[in-house]
Design a protein around this ligand. Structure first.
Ligand code: EPZ
Length: 423
């Protein structure tokens, strides 16, 4: 396992290019199961989670080829409808193959995704929705066993907006008989990107990006070529990095419209944010004003940016309240930030952050993807050296993180876990 060493205190300056979005690529790659033929995906990020879903698709018989950011998938011959535990446990978003498998092969056997560091993350709404469409679902030996001679369109009402639940049901409904209406649907840009791809494949989906999505089922779909949208969470992470280190960072290849809540909050801290077509230039400033955050479904402030913003607030000039309303255990980064000198009190889903003058570098441990990103950010701003272990968490969702940060002037290096090197 690797570790990352950071000698903090340097301001980040220069240009960084945003990669394709992990959370858009995952459902879109899964959608290749819906039609036999050769798909081409461009701007696919090189991430562990993408490797995992490509491994899963090839285990089902898809032919997968990758040349840098381009991935070809030929799903003409599928030989299995099973997503085994050893693959699903590595990446819970594998559940996204359930809807497409059921729609195309009428059968699916998908391991139940286990728990996750940030919360229980049940999939009841996925399963209830598929049952509404006529699937017969049983849970046995840790697997979802699903079958349906043909799915039929129905009205589905989600208790709360679920991103992958909306994506799974949209894919299943695309080949159902009749019309499906999903109410209280997730409105994330990744949902809209998937709907656009499905419509290019011949689906008839309207309303994606709004709370009501209508899917008129068709008899078959065709393979397409598609490009992955930029990663809004990677974009937000580099915006916070610039703000934290008082640098001037030009973020290119971004989609500013997808991250308006973070731009707005960052401006409230006094940080300068200049938005152009597909570029965002962030100029850090001091003092950083404290602001309150409440995570909400899109277009609200994204939960995937909560940990990163908490680091910024830990160096702000006052008190800020961060309420995490999406996941029940998404403050795993707090104990590690405290070890670096942050002053944070937690009560239930609320964290009260009192800004401090400085953070100090320390050995810390990554725990989940976005918590790990917050430790990197803290290391960049801290005085002294920070050593982050278990960085495989970062490799799941941030492409070439240390290279991109080093190009911006950070003193950062990846070392093997057991080398007690310091910078
Ligand atoms: C997606 O997860 C993202 N992952 C997450 O990003 C993101 O944090 C999350 O949406 C919220 O925006 C992908 O897109 C691959 P949900 P997802 O279903 O779909 C509850 C990252 O770091 N719920 O929208 O799993 C659930 O427990 C990851 O990139 C049910 O109760 O999240 C949560 O409280 C982390 N039953 C809420 O809904 C269900 O059947 C929203 O979860 C489904 C969800």
């Amino acid at each position: 396992m690797d570790a990352i060493l950071i000698k903090g205190g340097k301001s980040l300056n220069g240009e960084v290019h945003i990669s394709g979005a992990k959370n858009a690529a995952l459902p879109m790659l899964a959608a290749s199961l819906l039609a036999g033929g050769k798909f081409c995906f461009k701007n696919v990020p090189e991430l562990k989670d993408i490797e995992s879903i490509l491994q899963l698709l090839s285990s089902m018989g898809a032919e997968v080829d990758r040349q840098g950011p381009t991935v070809w998938i030929d799903t003409t011959e599928l030989k299995s409808f099973e997503a085994p535990y050893e693959l699903v446990r590595k990446m819970r978003a594998s559940i996204l193959v359930l809807g497409p498998l059921l729609a195309r092969l009428k059968r699916a056997r998908v391991s139940l995704p286990g728990g996750c560091a940030i919360g229980a993350r049940p999939i009841n709404m996925h399963l209830e929705g598929l049952c509404r469409l006529g699937a017969k679902i049983t849970l046995e030996h840790g697997y979802v066993e699903a079958e349906a001679s043909r799915l039929t369109g129905e009205e589905i009402f989600f208790d709360v907006p679920t991103v992958t639940g909306t994506e799974n049901l949209m894919m299943a409904a695309a080949l159902a008989a009749g019309t499906t209406v999903i109410r209280n649907a997730a409105k994330e840009p990744e949902v809209t990107a998937l709907a656009d791809m499905l419509n290019n494949m011949g689906a008839e989906i309207t309303g994606a990006g709004s709370p009501v999505i209508k899917i008129r089922g068709v008899d078959n779909l065709r393979p397409v070529t598609v490009s992955i949208i930029p990663d809004r969470i990677e974009t937000g992470t580099y915006m916070v990095a610039a703000a934290l280190t008082q640098g001037v960072v030009r973020i290119t290849g971004a989609q500013p419209d997808h991250i308006k809540a973070v731009i707005s909050k960052l401006k409230q801290t006094g940080t300068e944010v200049a938005v152009a077509k597909d570029e965002i230039t962030v100029t850090g400033c001091r003092p950083i004003r404290s602001v309150d955050i409440k995570t909400l479904p899109y277009p609200g402030f994204p939960t995937d940016m909560q940990a990163q913003f908490m680091v910024l607030m830990s160096l702000a000039n006052g008190l800020s309240l961060i309420s995490e309303t999406i996941f029940e255990n998404r403050f795993i980064h707090v104990p590690e930030l405290r070890r670096m000198g942050a002053d944070i009190q937690i009560s239930g889903g609320n964290a009260m952050i009192r800004g401090v003058k400085k953070l100090s570098g320390a050995p810390v441990m990554a725990s989940d993807l976005r918590a790990s990103a917050s430790l990197v950010l803290a290391g960049l701003a801290a005085k002294g050296t920070t050593r982050i272990s278990r960085v495989y968490h970062l490799d799941r969702g941030y492409e070439s993180l240390e290279k991109k940060l080093a190009n911006l002037g950070a003193n950062i290096r990846r070392v093997s876990e057991n080398v007690p090197e310091t910078l």
